[in-house]
Write a protein that binds this ligand. Structure first.
Ligand SMILES: *Cc1c(COP(=O)(O)O)cnc(C)c1O
Length: 406
């Protein structure tokens, strides 16, 4: 063991990628419907990304935030223009973007002369990252256990329960943080009513509304920002995963109301806004415009939902109706079938998918996925379910526990 044992890695070694396919060290090709967990929006080895990275690396890799540099300022301008926000803070990951948002909310309250306004309110089923602040806002016992004490001043309210928000958004709440589509807990979209109520109550009671779009942003729901699909504007948006199509970057976008929460010295990151990831993100934005990617995502999403719904009605004992938004799709696997076993069976069939909370299979393919590839993915998924069923029969009821070793 030279890599610390923090992941349950599948027993394949990936050496290359091409479009929506990954290739292992034996030359086997896999149709990639998890996309590096919602990261590779333009697929693998996209020439525009490769070219932008190479060109930037030949000019300037790092200069630090002691100075201005062009890629970060150009990317900030693009994000501000496209989001209607006021300013951007760059970091290197999703959890860091959420740390920045949490710190901004508290500092913002302090600056307004409300030092008692400390609470960060999050939702049941939330996932905001693995560092301490983001973890304190994450409702997943397995991720929290053994790391206590977590930072104080965090509270939870039931996801999609608009009535409960009335009581939860108290005068102590500095910010309410919510994923417009929860990813890790099993792909659950927030309802318009829930988000509208959150907006109204945050305004009325002086709290900030933060959308964690680390997974569901950057075009995944069929608009660049998930808040456009949701029809509710937050004060702060966090981005990461797909922003630079695979290079490490995170961003926190703050609107007019909240941006003044930070002044020089309040927060920082050595690598944040580094030129190479910013150049990749700029190339990503350029390509998505050229491809009219939002329209494509909406078409492919409709195709996926229809085909998965058909698959569900042909195997009602195994899987539920698809849910989610755009190309972030979850399908519940019914007991005794297990989502982990289905993911393993799919891999053996040449399809890469993920599992998420609540015995859910998660699909987050590259947004460039073609009509033919969607059909192929659903056909392979059908075969994976059949194969999982055969294995379950072969093992028999008594051997059920062996399934998760596939
Ligand atoms: C992945 C994810 C994060 C954490 O991002 P990292 O880059 O892994 O730190 C935070 N929030 C959401 C919604 C995510 O899906």
């Amino acid at each position: 063991m030279t890599l610390l044992d923090t992941y349950k890695r599948a027993p394949i070694t990936i050496v290359a990628g091409e479009g929506c396919e990954l290739i292992d060290d034996r030359g086997r090709r896999y149709l990639d419907c998890i996309g590096g967990i919602a990261v590779c929006a333009l697929g693998h080895a996209h020439p525009a990304i490769a070219q932008a990275v190479a060109a930037q690396a030949q000019v300037l890799v790092h200069a630090s935030n002691l100075y201005h540099h062009q890629p970060s300022e150009e990317l900030a301008r693009e994000l501000v223009t496209r989001s209607g926000m006021k300013a951007v803070f760059f970091c290197n990951s999703g959890t860091e973007a959420n740390e920045a948002a949490i710190k901004l909310a508290r500092k913002w309250a302090s600056r307004r002369g409300e030092p008692a306004r400390r609470t960060i309110l999050a939702c049941t089923g939330s996932f905001h990252g693995r560092t301490f602040g983001a973890l304190a806002a994450t409702d997943n016992a397995a991720y929290r256990e053994g790391f206590e004490p977590l930072p104080a001043g965090f509270a939870f309210t039931p996801f999609n329960d608009a009535a409960a928000l009335e009581d939860a958004i108290t005068p102590e709440v500095a910010a309410f943080i919510v994923e417009p589509v929860q990813g890790e807990s099993g792909v659950h979209a927030a309802t318009a009513e829930f988000l509208q109520t959150a907006r109204r109550l945050c305004d009325a009671r002086g709290a900030l509304l933060i959308f964690d779009e680390v997974q569901c942003g950057m075009g995944r729901t069929g608009s660049l920002f998930a808040f456009e699909t949701a029809g509710v504007r937050p004060d702060v948006v966090t981005l990461a995963k797909a922003l630079a199509n695979g290079l490490p970057i995170g961003a926190m976008l703050a609107n007019e109301r909240s941006a003044g929460g930070f002044v020089p010295g309040d927060h920082g990151s050595t690598f944040g806004g580094s030129p190479v990831p910013c150049a990749a993100a700029l190339a990503h934005l350029r390509v998505r415009d050229e491809l009219d990617l939002d329209a494509r995502v909406r078409d492919r999403s409709a195709q996926f939902f229809e085909a998965l719904s058909e698959l569900a009605s042909s195997r009602p004992e195994m899987l539920g109706e698809p849910r989610g938004r755009g190309l972030l799709i979850g399908v519940t696997v019914q007991a005794p079938y297990d989502s982990g076993a289905v993911v393993g069976a799919a891999r053996e069939c040449g399809l890469l998918i993920g599992s998420a909370g609540g015995n859910t299979v998660r699909l987050a393919p590259p947004l460039i996925i073609s009509e033919e590839e969607v059909s192929r993915a659903v056909a392979l998924l059908g075969r994976s379910f059949d194969s999982a069923q055969d294995k379950l029969r072969a093992i028999g009821e008594t051997g059920l526990s062996r399934i998760d070793t596939w």
